[in-house]
Ligand binder design. Structure first.
Ligand code: GLN
Length: 284
């Protein structure tokens, strides 16, 4: 019997996924993972036969994803962020490309400073923001907080794996820094910002698999910003920067929250590559 070729398995999977209203691209990611080869090698092997045990694993993962919506990142155990691999599981939010833009802006801002900076990533989840900043800004002192012990375990593992020097502190948003009397030049956060009322609109891959704690906030999605801004009064240095990822309809609301606390601050909104309001940047 002739062995099944890579492109044939892929064709089957893409069709199967489409029939289940899933992204066909997931097929390539999963197969490359089970073959344990690089992306470029993968594309040169389209006509090569695939071992039966690999096909079995692959098909079972495809079916699982198609029927339950389990994210491909949970199946393979990682997601790329800013060119690096971060371990993820059900205890942390899966990194999103929008957050790369937030990190990019912080790197730019930090690059303009002459002196070493102290940065805190609030609600670090998998640690993507803090770890990337620590690796890209070698002179910065980076802290990261999270209220979730299981999330911090993931973040700590990622920091070790990527050899990033980050101090992780457990607690509610900026509370651990308040407690230890640490002050920061940059407070960065991608906090939970989805309103409860929007839960029904979310894809099953998101609402059934990303941790609730990472997604939702009370007060129409604004509760985290409100608290972080309030706590920042003790933590932010005199001309500190607040950099937040926001929901695309939250720009005005978050701007007012910042202005209430810091009337003389310079606040602006930055759009993401999809032209949606995504980042709020405040120079205090
Ligand atoms: N800071 C993490 C991220 O950007 C976690 C964010 C969150 O859980 N809301 O992915």
């Amino acid at each position: 019997m002739e062995q099944t070729k890579q492109y044939e398995v892929l064709q089957w999977a893409s069709l199967f996924l489409e029939n289940h209203q899933r992204e066909p691209k997931v097929a390539e990611i999963l197969l490359q993972h089970y073959l344990n080869i690089s992306r470029s090698k993968f594309y040169t092997m389209m006509r090569d036969p695939i071992a039966e045990d690999v096909i079995k694993l692959f098909k079972s993962a495809i079916k699982q994803h198609a029927t339950s919506g389990i994210p491909v990142q949970h199946l393979i155990g990682y997601e790329m962020f800013y060119g690096r691999e971060f371990a993820v599981n059900k205890h942390v939010l899966i990194p999103r490309p929008e957050t790369e833009e937030l990190v990019q802006h912080v790197i730019q801002t930090a690059g303009q400073h002459q002196r070493p900076l102290t940065i805190v990533d609030v609600g670090t989840g998998s640690g993507i923001i803090a770890i990337t900043l620590a690796l890209e800004l070698v002179h910065a002192t980076v802290y990261a907080t999270d209220i979730s012990t299981t999330a911090l375990e993931v973040a700590q593992k990622n920091a070790e794996q990527l050899q990033a020097n980050v101090t992780f502190l457990e607690g509610d948003f900026l509370q651990p820094l308040q407690k230890e009397n640490i002050q920061a030049d940059i407070v960065v956060s991608n906090p939970p910002y989805i309103a409860r009322a929007e839960e029904a609109l979310l894809a099953d891959t998101v609402k059934n698999f990303d941790p609730e704690l990472a997604l939702f906030a009370e007060d129409n999605g604004l509760a985290a910003y409100r608290l972080i801004i309030e706590q920042s009064k003790k933590v932010a240095k005199r001309h500190a920067v607040l950099a937040f990822e926001i929901g695309d309809a939250q720009s005005e609301a978050v701007r007012s929250l910042i202005k209430e606390t810091y009337p003389t601050s310079n606040v602006h909104t930055i759009k993401d590559i999809n032209k949606k309001d995504r980042i709020i940047y405040a120079q205090l």
